[in-house]
Design a protein around this ligand. Structure first.
Ligand SMILES: [Zn+2]
Length: 297
């Protein structure tokens, strides 16, 4: 029988998540000898602007209160880009990106401006979308001395334009979607050639508070999701690297006790992407998350 494999995808959305969450996660992963894939937001932290989702996105306020966003993110982060200027993330912490890579992890691009991509992608003209990834790629190369091999879209938000631009970047793989197995995306009738390694598990913030799931039983729930073959789990530097760190540490202990093997997403793409088939990709709703995400059909 195939043993369970877990690829940890770490999304880094904010200035504070980069500064505090990433070093904490590096320490936790080192303790367990686990290598993972970090996706960094490279440009400005405009988190404060996300507040307007209270008015534009059904369920956003409820979700914010349920996950205690103000205490998780801190007041300053909730004002960046509005009352406080948006700080530049990767430029402020090049050493943290370098440390993640030099300690054996894979590093890729999450975005340039997380809030802009997440909230406006469907309405952005193609050159603007290309510029978002272009600026992020240029700074990534300046800091790490090589091009990125992978990107992962903020909030699992994609468009045919974003997939086309990723194809043009000749990436090894992308991780923009929710689904079950690696696949080549077909969106709006167009087939794209960059393989998708989808997130297969719900995130901790999606599960907590839904259907009787609490901090006490959430990791039991994850163990029931563990399947032979590839499992992809997305965590956030702002959550698992901070307030959810004890829960995340407990999860790692229990997964290792079950015999799970950890690898980077690049290794997962290599090992599990070989016989990937085409599959439809469309934006849709999932439990526990306000707004829509790209789902493998
Ligand atoms: Zn993100």
């Amino acid at each position: 029988m195939q043993i369970p494999v877990i690829a940890l995808k770490i999304d880094v959305d904010t200035y504070v998540g980069t500064r505090d969450g990433v070093p904490h996660l590096l320490e936790i992963l080192e303790r367990f000898g686990i290598r993972a894939t970090f996706y960094f937001s490279m440009g400005p932290d405009n988190s404060g602007k996300a507040i307007r989702r209270i008015f534009t996105r059904k369920g956003f306020l409820k979700k914010m209160l349920r996950t205690r966003a103000p205490s998780v993110y801190g007041l300053r982060t909730l004002l960046y880009g509005t009352l406080l200027p948006a700080p530049m993330i990767a430029e402020s912490f090049p050493g943290i990106l370098k440390r993640a890579e030099s300690t054996g992890h894979e590093v890729g691009i999450h975005c340039w401006d997380h809030v802009k991509w997440h909230d406006y992608l469907p309405w952005l003209p193609k050159p603007v979308t290309a510029m978002e990834l272009g600026q992020a790629s240029a700074l990534f190369e300046e800091i790490l001395g090589h091009r990125t091999r992978t990107t992962a879209a903020p909030g699992w938000t994609v468009s045919p334009d974003s997939l086309e631009i990723q194809d043009a970047m000749s990436l090894d793989y992308c991780s923009d979607s929710r689904g079950t197995t690696p696949f080549f995306p077909v969106m709006d009738g167009r087939r794209f050639r960059t393989i998708q390694i989808p997130t297969t598990w719900p995130t901790m913030d999606e599960l907590l508070g839904e259907g009787g799931i609490t901090a006490e039983n959430i990791n039991d729930q994850y163990l029931t999701l563990l399947k032979p073959g590839l499992n992809v789990h997305t965590i956030h530097a702002e959550l698992e690297g901070k307030s959810l760190a004890p829960l995340f540490t407990d999860l790692l202990e229990r997964l290792l006790a079950r015999g799970a093997r950890f690898m980077t997403l690049a290794e997962a793409a290599e090992e599990f992407g070989r016989n990937a088939a085409d599959a439809p990709l469309a934006m849709g709703e999932i439990a526990g998350r306000a707004g829509r995400v790209a789902i493998q059909g």
